[in-house]
Design a protein around this ligand. Structure first.
Ligand code: ADP
Length: 486
């Protein structure tokens, strides 16, 4: 309790603009609450459009100098920040658990995962390459170099408060782009703590600016349309992403969009059922189900449905639900009342349509926004949860009979972020993985996120890839210099 208060007390709560910590111009604040109790943690500065403008102008002013900073020096900032995140891991994890709800072990895991983006992109910063080639006619040469896109706007969601930030800031800094980052208003503390780390790691004033606001649209739209920003990288809902794409059209901004998902988890009759259950626990319960990669539709071959359903229900029933800070807790609260209501509504809808509750199915007791880990069987096709992201600890199972049938079911969605496939038949594994319309496929594994791999979606799940060896390209512009040969 004392440590909780101390960590919240020590956390930065102001806007970070041009290397300075300051209150919002009109003194506005917003409240940050602990979703496991509903109680107030603290208030933080709540930016107005004028504050947003200040931040973007600071990014603009710093852009040229930062682009000229030697790549090795940009890499060093990222490496120092990586190390500081490890040094401050325990406090960062606690802060994240308090504002977001996830169990402490998950939060500590996220700090390490988030820091890894900084290390990965520190290594990429010094590997930005170019080219020198002959024109086909032979009478000219092409000199090709990569330049930073320019001042970038970064918008992140609440479910991975640190990692979604480092995944954007890492490549932006590596590429030499300055930025204005707007974290989700539900979880601003983690990102402000990260700004402190970047400052301590030597990021020059104006290179990273953090603007927290409860009025995201009013603050961000003028920045998107300003003509100063050259790039928007967004992680969030498909609905908001589409709106932002329209706004970006105005000044033809480069965009990266990590939007919603509707992941399928498929278990064939030739799979190792125990391993598939382990994988489903990860694919479903990582972050208590609050992930765009979460298994949202679980298709089990009819011949193994009974066994899978019993084993999964047993594991789900054993999970300890509670405040993320408490010892041994594996499932935290939903982030707020809206999310909890959504989960409840989707389960009630599925049950009303004829789904059978194998375990859970109810709101869990407590002052916070808890929902029981739930397994539903034979969820009918009309149920809303087949088309809407559940974003909670609910696993809907349904049987299938043939490979063709299940591939069609997997692809029957406007989303295409990730799908998971369990089979021990190599030919089937490759055949199915190649026919699935998603940016990522987990083959016999329930987690695909890795800073060194290209993360992103097809169809309405997004544009572009983050991480991997192409993540930095999203922040680079290609310039070709044509040279006449005498
Ligand atoms: P989620 O369902 O994860 O909350 P949202 O798309 O609503 O997804 O939010 C993701 C991020 O986008 C958050 O930082 C949120 O504040 C921000 N956001 C929401 N609406 C807008 C908007 N109109 N303009 C800019 N950012 C927005």
């Amino acid at each position: 309790q004392e440590r909780e208060a101390r960590v919240v007390d020590a956390a930065p709560k102001q806007l970070y603009i041009n290397g300075q910590w300051r209150d919002a111009r009109q003194g506005r604040v917003l409240e940050v609450r602990d979703p496991s109790t509903g109680s107030l943690l603290c208030t933080v500065a709540n930016a107005s459009p004028e504050d947003g403008r200040d931040a973007l102008e600071a990014a603009q002013a710093a852009q040229q100098g930062f682009a000229a900073m030697p790549p090795r020096q940009r890499a060093t900032i990222l490496m120092r920040a990586f190390e500081l995140m490890h040094e401050r891991k325990d406090d960062l994890a606690l802060l994240m658990t308090l504002e977001m709800g996830k169990p402490l072990a998950d939060a500590a895991g996220e700090v390490v995962y988030a820091a890894e983006f900084f290390r990965h992109f520190a290594e990429e910063a010094t590997r930005i390459s170019g080219g020198y080639q002959d024109a086909p006619t032979g009478n000219a040469r092409f000199l090709i170099r990569q330049e930073p896109v320019g001042p970038s706007l970064l918008i992140t969601p609440w479910n991975f408060p640190l990692a979604m930030g480092t995944r954007k800031l890492g490549p932006a800094i590596a590429a030499g782009c300055t930025s204005v980052l707007k974290p989700a208003e539900l979880t601003p503390l983690s990102m402000l703590a990260l700004a402190q780390i970047l400052e301590d790691a030597g990021a020059p004033p104006g290179v990273v600016n953090i603007v927290v606001t409860s009025t995201a649209g009013q603050v961000m739209e003028p920045l998107i349309r300003s003509g100063i920003a050259r790039k928007l990288s967004f992680t969030g809902s498909t609905q908001v992403g589409k709106k932002l794409l329209e706004q970006c059209a105005d000044k033809v901004l480069r965009t990266s969009m990590e939007l919603g998902g509707n992941a399928a988890f498929v278990v064939f009759e030739d799979a190792d059922v125990d391993k598939a259950v382990d994988g489903a626990m990860l694919a479903k319960m990582r972050n208590s189900g609050e992930a765009c990669t979460a298994a949202n539709r679980i298709f089990i071959h009819r011949s193994v449905l009974q066994e899978f359903s019993e084993k999964l229900a047993q594991r789900m029933g054993e999970l300890k639900v509670g405040r993320g800070v408490d010892e041994g807790v594996q499932v935290g609260p939903m982030v707020d009342a809206t999310q909890l209501d959504k989960v409840k509504e989707l389960v009630d809808d599925a049950v009303g349509a004829g789904a059978e509750v194998v375990v859970g199915g109810e709101v869990a007791p407590g002052d916070g926004y808890f929902y029981q880990p739930t397994v539903l069987r034979d969820v009918p096709r009309e149920a809303r949860m087949w088309t809407e992201e559940i974003f909670g600890p609910v696993a809907p199972l349904t049987p299938f009979d043939s490979e063709k049938e299940v591939v069609d079911l997997v692809n029957d969605t406007e989303y295409g972020l990730v799908n998971y496939v369990y089979t021990n038949d190599l030919n089937r594994a490759l055949r199915v993985a190649e026919s699935i319309e998603s940016g990522m496929v987990g083959l016999n594994q329930g987690v695909v996120s890795n800073p060194a791999a290209p993360f992103g979606g097809m169809k309405e799940s997004g544009l572009g890839r983050e991480g991997g060896d192409t993540g930095i390209d999203e922040f680079l512009e290609t310039k070709y210099i044509g040279i006449a040969m005498a």
